[in-house]
Design a protein around this ligand. Structure first.
Ligand code: TLP
Length: 346
């Protein structure tokens, strides 16, 4: 059986640009961005910096490059970055930290991606010529592998305290920081105020075809610009891309609340079909993690069965399938996805 109706819940990266974005892209004023001469990109960088309460911002092609450039600006070969063992930078970025930047990641067991201050302190290397130098604490907000969970402000403050005490920087992988902000009510600038650099993506829930940002102090961004070029991310007439991002700032942030409601409804529905298959209480933003065993399947088998019925989802980690809501998934699509889940449940 193959369905004509497709509901793509694999990721919010599958979102297509809106008509308004396409129009803005077609009409964008452009210039050579490596010379800081693209007016549209300059405007985006100014607006993003202001929104984040930071001095400066840099447009980068992807979240992965944003993380790499930010961390490379904070640390160098032989240095160590502390992160949660499920961090995206550790698991999904092709070991770029090690392979490209010569930086070693030190993975710590977090709880839903949150690192407790004592564990952080215990991982900081003593100053000796035999050890790597601990330079950065990397936090992820929202946390992808934990299922879109929000890094609580108190825990960020606790990490900041440790960082200040041991003279470390904090990088935040805020790929979905607007999801965190809309769901928690904490302004993005409040998150930024506690970290030294942050990356976020326009290409996920905000619906743009391409693009991420790195934000931080003017000095930090000046240096990040250099590393972006070194890593092949110096682009040219990027206004055709950043025009979409400007539209996203105006039109795509508040509506993330709809995605969060849809994710909650999806989780509650699945929980009714197979109690314990999801944890609706922990659906904080736009992701639902499904323990497929409760529906009578292994993850790959479940993805296949749902795929046959037009519902695309992703086998994610052992025993778990991920479903992500986004602007191209409607309320009716959620009902449809639930009907298909009920139909395949064993
Ligand atoms: N995440 C993708 C996949 O790589 C798993 C997704 O579908 O969720 N940080 C976080 C927290 C991310 O979730 C992602 C992408 C990135 C960084 C990298 O962004 P891109 O794909 O733009 O390099």
């Amino acid at each position: 059986m193959t369905s004509e109706r497709i509901v793509d819940l694999r990721s919010d990266t599958v979102t297509k640009p809106t008509d308004q974005m396409r129009e803005a892209m077609a009409n964008a004023e452009v210039g050579d961005e490596v010379f800081w001469e693209d007016p549209t990109t300059n405007l985006l960088q100014e607006r993003v910096a202001e929104l984040c309460g930071e001095e400066a911002a840099l447009f980068v092609p992807s979240g992965s490059m944003g993380n790499l450039v930010s961390l490379r600006t904070m640390a160098g070969p032989g240095d160590e970055v502390i992160c949660d063992s499920d961090a995206h930078i550790l698991n999904y970025e092709v070991a770029s930290l090690a392979a490209v930047a010569g930086i070693q990641a030190r993975a710590l067991p977090g709880k839903w991606g949150v690192l407790d201050p004592d564990t952080l302190v215990s991982a900081i290397r003593p100053g000796s010529h035999t050890f790597p130098r601990t330079k950065v604490i990397a936090l992820e907000n929202t946390h992808n592998l934990a299922g879109g969970t929000i890094y609580p402000m108190d825990d960020i403050r606790a990490a900041r305290k440790v960082a200040d005490e041991y003279d470390l920087k904090i990088h935040m992988d805020g790929a979905r920081i607007f999801n965190a902000s809309v769901a928690s009510g904490v302004p993005v600038s409040d998150y930024c105020a506690l970290v030294d650099g942050m990356t976020f993506c326009f290409s996920k829930g905000l619906g743009c075809p391409v693009g991420s940002m790195v934000v931080g102090s003017a000095d930090f961004i000046h240096e990040a610009h250099r590393f972006r070029k070194m890593h092949g991310g110096g682009m040219r007439q990027t206004g055709v891309l950043t025009a979409a991002c400007l539209v996203a700032l105006d039109t795509m942030i508040d509506r993330l609340a709809v995605d969060h409601l849809n994710a909650r409804r999806l989780a509650e529905g699945i929980d009714q079909i197979a109690p314990g298959a999801t944890t609706p209480f922990n659906v904080q933003t736009n992701m639902v993690l499904v323990t497929t065993e409760k529906l009578g399947y292994g993850p790959d088998e479940f993805v296949h069965a749902m795929g046959e019925r037009g519902i695309r989802c992703l086998a994610y980690r052992r025993g778990i399938v991920r479903m992500v809501t986004h602007k191209d998934v409607s309320d009716a699509d959620i009902s449809w996805a639930l009907e298909q889940t009920a139909a395949v449940a064993r």
